[in-house]
Design a protein around this ligand. Structure first.
Ligand code: TA6
Length: 295
């Protein structure tokens, strides 16, 4: 399997396929600048992004599962067709499904491209009776990582979905971490019966469990990881909403695939289409894109 993938889609040392944790298959993208990304075919799950300076920008729990039908805890869980709880498994089926390689490439400027694809299966049709095509595009540059998610309705009937890139950023210390770009944005507080309020702070610092859906948020946001002396800029398109989440102490202790103290070194800033489900007619197509940069 690995040899066949390497022959068909590999690009020398720039894009290789190797066994990852528990033997799950992963692709490793290594940019000529030294930037590097790891992505598992399980869930099309990006688990690591290092920029040209060698900084690891994502969080991955030391307790994470790496097993079929279990989500990986950290990196970028791909959420589709349901954000959160509901009739499907929590956060939908995409992150617990096995994806396939659609295409790969290395551009003249050195950017490395990998596209992974997921379609309905007999199992998914049991849970969600629609035919679909989902493509996750990954583009790695020296100091940026761009993720695009394309959903197409391949069925004869319309469906609606919610979707997100549930990104876990690794930080030196949550107490020395700030989020910027959400001032004056309305949010739904998932911890207070979905009460709706407006963010008043230009700079948000977390000091307790936080789980908020910011609706129609600006397309530029900033995560200031002061402890590491760096800022990650988030630039999004087609993904109106942003979720800010940290489980804090009590919830961390209730999560078997998350270390009790790991809330101190992570924050989720998620981009997606969450508050208002997106309808897709037969043959219709939606694309959402998020770019992370440290330049
Ligand atoms: O994005 C925030 C959230 O919806 C939280 O409510 C919390 O449940 C988190 O996602 C993790 O969900 P998971 O199903 O991955 O444990």
């Amino acid at each position: 399997m690995i040899e066949k993938l390497q022959v068909e889609y590999g690009f020398g040392g720039a894009l290789t396929f190797v066994p990852g944790t528990n033997g799950l298959l992963k692709a490793v993208l290594v940019h000529r600048s030294g930037a590097r990304v790891e992505v598992y075919l399980h869930g099309a799950h990006v688990t690591s992004w290092r920029n040209a300076a060698g900084d690891e920008l994502f969080f991955l729990s030391r307790e994470s599962n790496f097993a079929p039908e279990r989500p990986i805890r950290g990196g970028i869980p791909v959420i589709f067709p349901q954000f959160g709880g509901g009739s499907l498994p929590s956060h939908g089926i995409a992150r617990i499904s096995e994806w396939s390689v659609a295409h790969t490439g290395v551009l003249d400027n050195g950017d490395i491209l990998l596209a992974l694809q997921l379609h309905q299966s007999a199992e998914s049709l049991e849970l969600w009776p629609y035919r679909f095509s989902l493509t996750l595009g990954i583009a790695l540059a020296a100091d940026s990582l761009t993720i695009s998610l394309d959903a197409e309705n391949m069925d004869e009937k319309a469906f609606s979905f919610t979707s997100a890139l549930h990104t876990y950023f690794g930080v030196a210390d949550i107490g020395r971490t700030a989020l910027r770009g959400l001032q004056d944005v309305a949010y739904i507080d998932s911890l207070r019966e979905d009460i709706q309020e407006v963010e008043t702070r230009p700079v948000i610092r977390l000091a307790e469990e936080t789980d908020r859906i910011y609706v129609d948020a600006p397309d530029h946001l900033y995560v200031d990881d002061e402890g590491h002396g760096r800022t990650i800029e988030i630039t999004k398109a087609g993904m109106p909403d942003v979720v800010v989440w940290n489980p804090w102490i009590a919830k961390s202790q209730r999560m078997p695939d998350f270390g009790d103290d790991e809330y101190l070194r992570m924050v989720c800033v998620e981009t997606g289409i969450i508050a208002a489900p997106r309808d897709l007619s037969p043959g219709e197509y939606w694309q959402g894109t998020t770019r992370f940069s440290t330049a």
